[in-house]
Design a protein around this ligand. Structure first.
Ligand code: NAG
Ligand code: NAG
Ligand code: NAG
Ligand code: NAG
Ligand code: NAG
Length: 610
């Protein structure tokens, strides 16, 4: 029998943020102790090999000065390079076998060899993990989860081989998408970037007289970003939108009828993930906005795919379902229907994926950090194969999400913009994602003038606690910190963390058809698909020139060769947590990143690379 107690996740937490940890995540209530006789599929996400080299592997193919620029890896090479070592697999496997006295075949290694699953009784799980399992109910009726909020323990020799065990302390998003209330625990909340409240447009004809400061149409975006695009690569280029909400073809048609008649009756190509179906009833705001903008900007010559997820079906967030569908991560060997992930590496990859959702606050927390660090690595592994992930930076300024959560000294997140430390937002703050902040045209300004950071909501930006500052943004971010960063009390934000957003694009007030009429809509939710469309158009040009898609673009965007590819946004700020947040400034800043894109220059800079 073991063994010295190893990583005690509970105390890990106490040491770092000094909080009383036994608190149940808010939004969840204990229903009862879990029945000791009931069975749960316990999953051990194994530590992967060579993850410490992920960034340098990525730089090798993504640094514009690298001789291997654009030579993306094959999925098989990625799988082989990062798969857990035999020692890792053997250690966890033997420990489980010994502890459970189970037959070998009941302890199952996943096809990617990165996860071990074993079906154990709650009593066995509790003994194994020195934990107490409960059944929790969420705010949505019938949303029940099994977990052990009080923490769990692995023996030392095992813990060094395990990233995390689930289900345990991480509570993924609720099973319905319509919940974005301020009372939700941020660690379980997930939301879309809806921006300021929508405003109905009474008379579309009157828009003709409006400027792009009061009504942003596709023409405004084309003018602002020098985005004159006719696809030339002939249909092999791929781009997609990720959605957990739904759209109506009738809304797309209403939009196309006014702004893009050559797209009439077209809809995105559905790539259903975990049974996701855009025809079900649900919120229309996010998908209408994203799809109309992308199909509108790209036109019928460039297909748009839609990764449509269903309700989360496991104790993971919906982006993990997307990652699983793309490369089999998070998949166990023989998924049981209704539980666990069943779409495992069986869905087509696209060159660009736009994500306008957020799922976790970027705080150091034992229930969150191991999960989000693993997820970010999975994004990085896919980026290595040539995939660009674009995500909205959030609509809460330096606070987290539209609930404006700020981190208190005792480690808890409190909503409503209280004083407290700033909180970055995931997945945008993952360094392998290109994060997009929101801008608006200044009142009375034309599209020839550079926009400002939007004032209609505070555009998300700041510094990560979970991810250190990558080398490619070192100079740009240090310049901001040395010359422009406000002098906040130590601990208010993490100067050494990955800084975001990387770029910006318009986020308000876009003209969108939704629910049978036109509305002003937006948020960084809009900024991400706009920028993703521009990346897709860059890929089209590169593919036509016989080159690879751009893949991970951040190192290039920050490099000298791209200095002219952005309109530097210098006006605005992103208030939150009872501060003015960060002011925009010359060069990169944590509200508008490097600025808004100039498509023609961006395309030419990428075309100049191998
Ligand atoms: C787990 O094992 C129990 C007992 O053998 C069995 O009843 C149950 O169906 C199994 N569940 C899964 C998910 O394999
Ligand atoms: C778009 O997708 C459809 C359906 O997959 C396909 O038939 C069509 O050729 C594609 N068009 C282009 C331009 O890629
Ligand atoms: C959604 O509805 C359309 C129109 O009725 C139909 O063609 C399509 O197959 C449906 N999609 C799914 C996934 O059910
Ligand atoms: C943490 O501090 C906040 C603000 O001071 C307070 O509202 C909250 O109740 C505290 N939570 C715990 C668990 O101590
Ligand atoms: C700041 O970021 C670094 C790098 O990710 C991390 O190690 C450190 O814990 C963070 N500091 C705080 C206070 O979260």
């Amino acid at each position: 029998m073991p063994l010295s107690l190893g990583r005690v996740f509970l105390f890990h937490f106490l040491a770092l943020v000094g909080a009383a940890v036994s608190a149940i995540p808010s939004g969840w209530a204990i229903q009862r102790r879990a029945d000791p006789e009931s069975f749960i599929p316990l999953r051990f996400s194994l530590v992967q090999s060579n993850l410490d080299k992920l960034e340098s592997y990525l730089l090798d193919v993504a640094d514009p000065l690298s001789p291997n620029y654009g030579r993306h890896w094959s999925p098989a090479q990625v799988k082989e390079t990062f798969r857990p070592s035999d020692e890792t697999i053997d250690t966890v496997h033997s420990w489980l076998k010994e502890e459970l006295e189970y037959a070998e075949e009941k302890i199952k290694l996943s096809p990617n060899r990165d996860l071990i699953q074993v079906n154990v009784s709650v009593a066995e799980a509790e003994r194994l993990l020195k934990a107490e399992y409960y059944v929790y109910s969420g705010e949505v009726e019938g949303d029940l989860r099994v977990g052990c909020h009080g923490g769990y323990t692995l023996p030392e020799h095992v813990s060094q081989h395990v990233d995390f065990v689930w289900p345990t302390v991480y509570f993924a998003g609720p099973q319905k998408h319509s919940r974005r209330s301020a009372t939700l625990n941020p660690s379980v909340a997930f939301g879309r970037e809806g921006g300021a409240s929508k405003i109905p447009i009474e008379n579309l004809a009157s828009l003709a007289e409006s400027g792009c400061d009061t009504a942003v149409t596709l023409d405004c975006l084309r003018a602002l970003y020098n985005f004159d695009f006719t696809p030339v690569s002939g249909g092999v280029n791929t781009v997609a939108e990720f959605d957990a909400e739904v759209y109506r073809p009738s809304d797309l048609n209403l939009f196309f009828q006014s702004f893009r008649t050559d797209q009439l009756n077209n809809t995105p190509t559905l790539i259903s993930v975990e049974g996701g179906n855009p025809n079900v009833s649900g919120d229309l705001g996010e998908a209408s906005l994203d799809i109309e903008l992308m199909m509108g900007l790209l036109g019928p010559g460039q297909n748009l795919s839609l990764y449509q997820v269903a309700q989360p079906s496991s104790s993971l967030d919906p982006t993990d379902e997307l990652l699983a569908a793309l490369d089999g991560s998070y998949c166990a060997v023989s998924p049981v229907s209704g539980e666990g992930i069943t779409d495992c590496g069986n869905k087509p990859r696209t060159n660009v994926i736009s994500i306008s959702y957020h799922f976790n606050p970027d705080i150091i927390d034992p229930s969150i950090s191991p999960v989000v660090q693993r997820q970010c690595a999975e994004f990085g592994k896919l980026a290595l194969t040539g995939l660009t992930f674009v995500a909205s930076s959030g609509d809460g300024g330096v606070a987290y999400s539209q609930s404006h959560l700020c981190l208190q000294g005792n480690g808890t997140l409190v909503s409503g913009n209280p004083k407290g430390a700033f909180v970055a937002q995931l997945p945008a703050s993952c360094p392998f994602i290109t994060a997009v902040g929101a801008t608006s045209v200044e009142t009375g300004a034309t599209t020839d003038q550079v926009e400002r950071s939007t004032t209609d909501f505070p555009s998300g930006g700041g510094f990560s606690n979970n991810f250190p500052r990558p080398t490619w943004q070192d100079a740009a971010v240090q310049n901001y910190i040395d010359n422009f960063a406000p002098q906040y009390a130590p601990g208010t934000f993490n100067k050494s963390g990955r800084a975001y957003p990387d770029v910006a694009a318009n986020g308000w007030p876009l003209v969108i058809a939704e629910g049978g009429g036109f509305v002003h809509s937006g948020g960084t939710s809009a900024s991400a698909p706009i920028f993703a469309s521009i990346v897709a158009a860059v890929n089209d040009a590169r593919i036509a020139a016989g080159k690879s898609p751009v893949g991970f673009i951040n190192p290039a965007l920050y490099s000298d060769a791209f200095a002219g590819a952005f309109n530097d946004v210098v006006v605005g700020s992103n208030p939150g947590c009872q501060t003015n947040g960060f002011p925009a400034a010359p060069g990169w800043d944590p509200v508008s990143g490097l600025g808004t894109p100039n498509f023609a220059k961006l395309r030419d800079a990428f075309l100049a690379l191998p």
